[in-house]
Write a protein that binds this ligand. Structure first.
Ligand code: ZN
Length: 283
């Protein structure tokens, strides 16, 4: 992908080297902070004192993260990709009379605290609708190459664009409609809905790639890199490798073939309204 020297997004929060609690910022603001205040008050203490002490402890553990040259380049790359998604989705939302609120990309190492709970790097990149943030440990790039056999910068761009797709789903109200179903449906039935939800995020990643292509940002082989990555993170591919067999009822993201196909459809059409995976009879 053509990215060097191009605009990088300022909506990047660097929490690398800060550890799982994400530094001092979340203490006091998160749900844990509120509970802590209540407990301290019940015990007759001064919550202000307590939070101040906690805050100090939090900042003293967050030493500046020393990044390698490769990590620095990767951090710059994902910031440019994020900026490209901002440009494309701002325009597409404007065309529909809507406002695109830009998400924040959080870089972390090992583990992180989000409004959706704590997460480890091993769970892979994710988006949290509760705080409108994308969370990524850049070591996932190596994992894509080594474990998933999906090398190349555009494989990583696809991952970012997929998570941004979840942000778009949140802004359009799709994500909110899923919550009640999580409680009312059986796990197997909910998994089927989630597959449609994930394939739509792949479609939306493809829509972004369509516009990246029209801006001449794609190199030869970039589309294949994205498709290889989409295939590598298909439920069947992952299950076959991890457990040697495939259990379709437990699919949550769709098969390799489905993920590639919905990404490709978004890429070919560039139409953000065209990815209605929820009505599609045949996924
Ligand atoms: Zn997803």
């Amino acid at each position: 992908m053509q990215w060097k020297g191009r605009r990088a997004s300022s909506n990047v929060e660097d929490r690398r080297g800060m550890g799982g609690m994400g530094g001092g910022k979340l203490i006091g603001g998160g749900v844990g902070g509120i509970i802590l205040v209540i407990i301290v008050m019940l015990m007759g203490g001064n919550p202000g004192d307590m939070l101040q002490r906690m805050g100090t402890a939090g900042t003293s553990t967050s030493a500046p993260y020393t990044q390698t040259a490769q990590e620095q380049e990767l951090a710059e790359f994902v910031s440019v990709v994020l900026a490209d998604t901002e440009d494309v989705w701002t325009r597409l939302f404007q065309e529909r009379g809507l406002t695109y609120t830009k998400p924040t990309l959080v870089l972390f190492t090992d583990s992180v605290q989000s409004a959706c709970g704590a997460a480890a790097s091993s769970m892979g990149p994710f988006y949290c609708p509760g705080d409108h943030k994308l969370y990524i440990d850049l070591s996932f790039y190596d994992q894509l190459q080594r474990e998933f056999k999906a090398p190349g910068d555009f494989a990583m761009a696809y991952v970012i664009a997929h998570e941004v797709g979840h942000h778009v789903q949140t802004l359009l109200g799709t994500t909110g409609k899923l919550d009640p179903l999580r409680k009312s449906l059986s796990q197997t039935e909910y998994n089927k809905i989630q597959v449609r939800f994930e394939l739509q995020a792949d479609y939306l990643a493809g829509v972004w790639a369509h516009f990246a292509e029209s801006m001449n940002l794609l190199d030869e082989g970039d589309l294949e890199e994205a498709l290889t990555a989409a295939s590598a993170v298909g439920d069947d591919t992952i299950q076959r490798r991890a457990q040697g067999r495939v259990v379709p009822e437990s699919f949550t993201h769709g098969t390799a073939e489905q993920r590639m196909r919905w990404f490709r459809q978004g890429y070919q059409s560039g139409d953000m309204n065209g990815g209605d995976t929820f009505s599609a009879g045949n996924l």
